[in-house]
Design a protein around this ligand. Structure first.
Ligand code: F0G
Length: 450
């Protein structure tokens, strides 16, 4: 059961079926454009959607809003140093600001960043610096359970090739959000460390879900069974040279991010840029009270009872969806359950957006919002004007906000998914009628076919 009880509540809207159908049409059949007031259960993202604890709300009141040298920064810095072991601690307002500043300080035109899979905002920052992001994911469903790992053989081949000298960093995203939220093993981080040492390249972590990765290591790696997740996290941080994180995930707060490093020299360059775009180095785009809530959240998030609940809730929800006849991608991680829409809706070809079709049908049926990770997000417009070039997979992500929904809410979602599944052959595909050149999924206007 949930290892907490509920003290503050927020009513859930229950629009009628007619209202939902109208809201979806008014939003151009794009769930990003549907107002939250028309959503009953919102599983769009686990980012910035956490419920804070009583201690976090209490900490807000002790926020020190001094422009420079605030006490709240000192608390945040102490907590991050204690967690990571890195001396240099730089707050930012969210993950992508950390990426833009740190990768901007480390990469230049023609450089290469190698990763297990750069998240889309990470890739955008690599490319903004004029560099290339190379993704070398290992198999996503290995027997080991570490489907987030980087393929070390491919990294080594690149480092030993003529292009090796252009590699400026190796980035491990823990957990690997773009690869089904799967964890990275300690052995894989250690292997990347050894390669980086041999070739003089820094190793960085995108640690946005560091606590969930650490917990999954304690469950899936017999050598770490029973080890405290905080110790596992420290082991991973120690193997790397630095990290950044969106603290909207495992910071258990609604806004925030960080850069933490060993290198004083790189940190100094980051701080110069920070002052230009985020704010003074002791608040980095955040209020003092945000830093207090984050410091408290970073202490709470490695609680083994919380992490066990988080992981088991995701697994249980995955089993409920599977029992509803929905093809769930196994193994389930912590932050989301991923569903294979191509297998579920074989009558809809990729260019008619099966993942979007399933997500929209689920919204119409139950007011549930999930996100598509298929051809709308990762596909490409065909330069010849023909059907879109498809994404590698047609996935739908049921993301789980932290400490927000109970098992009853998730049971409701599984029941709605079962009803959608019972009539799945009649779900229509979609075509895009308006789209932006980049990140089209946020604003595209769609039309159902047939
Ligand atoms: N890195 C990872 C692994 C992420 O999942 C995200 C955001 C970011 C960086 C960027 O952080 O949003 O604070 O600027 N992921 C969200 C998601 C948006 O829904 O998965 P941000």
């Amino acid at each position: 059961m949930e290892p907490f009880r509920i003290k503050t509540i927020e009513p859930i809207p229950f629009p009628s079926r007619e209202e939902r159908v109208r809201a979806l049409a008014a939003a151009g059949h794009n769930l990003f454009r549907v107002p939250a007031s028309a959503i009953s259960v919102d599983l769009l993202t686990d980012s910035g959607t956490s419920a804070m604890s009583a201690q976090q709300w209490a900490a807000l009141l002790s926020g020190d809003e001094s422009y420079a040298g605030a006490r709240s920064f000192e608390r945040f810095e102490t907590v991050v140093r204690d967690l990571t072991g890195y001396r240099e601690v730089i707050p930012v307002h969210q993950g992508r600001a950390a990426e833009r500043i740190l990768l901007g300080a480390m990469l230049g035109a023609g450089d290469i960043s190698v990763g297990n899979t750069h998240f889309d905002t990470t890739r955008a920052s690599v490319e903004a610096a004029g560099a290339t992001a190379a993704d070398f994911p290992e198999s996503q469903s290995p027997a080991s359970g570490f489907g987030g790992n980087i393929d070390l053989d491919k990294v080594e081949r690149l480092l030993c090739s003529a292009d090796g000298a252009r590699v400026r960093c190796v980035v491990l995203t823990i957990t690997n959000n773009a690869a089904g939220g799967q964890p990275v093993s300690i052995d894989n981080v250690a292997g990347a460390r050894a390669l980086c040492d041999r070739h003089g390249v820094p190793l960085l972590l995108d640690a946005s879900r560091f606590a969930e990765n650490a917990y999954l290591v304690t469950v899936r790696d017999p050598e770490h069974a029973g080890v405290a997740p905080r110790r596992v996290a420290r082991e991973m941080f120690t193997l790397a040279d630095g990290c950044w994180a969106s603290l909207k995930k495992d910071g258990l707060a609604n806004i925030g991010g960080l850069i933490a490093l060993n290198s004083q020299e790189v940190a100094a360059r980051c701080r110069d840029q920070l002052i230009a775009v985020e704010g003074f180095p002791t608040y980095g785009g955040l209020a003092g009270r945000d830093l207090e809530a984050l410091a408290q959240g970073l202490d709470e998030v490695t609680d083994p009872a919380y992490l066990r609940y988080r992981s088991e809730a995701a697994q249980w929800f995955g089993s409920r969806l599977a029992a509803a006849g929905v093809p769930v991608v196994e193994p389930v991680g912590c932050h989301a359950v991923y569903v294979d829409a191509a297998a579920h809706l074989p009558h809809i070809p990729p260019h008619e957006l099966p993942a979007t079709a399933f997500a929209n049908a689920l919204y119409s049926e139950g007011g549930v919002r999930v996100s598509e990770l298929g051809t709308l997000v990762f596909g490409r417009r065909n330069p010849d004007g023909g059907p879109d070039l498809p994404a590698p997979r047609e996935l739908v992500r049921f993301a789980l906000p932290r400490r927000v929904y109970t098992s009853n809410h998730l049971e409701y979602v599984a029941e709605a998914a079962a009803r959608v599944t019972a009539a799945k052959d009649r779900i229509p595909g979609y075509r895009v009628v308006e789209q932006a050149d980049t990140l089209r999924h946020f604003t595209a206007v769609l039309k159902p076919l047939g």
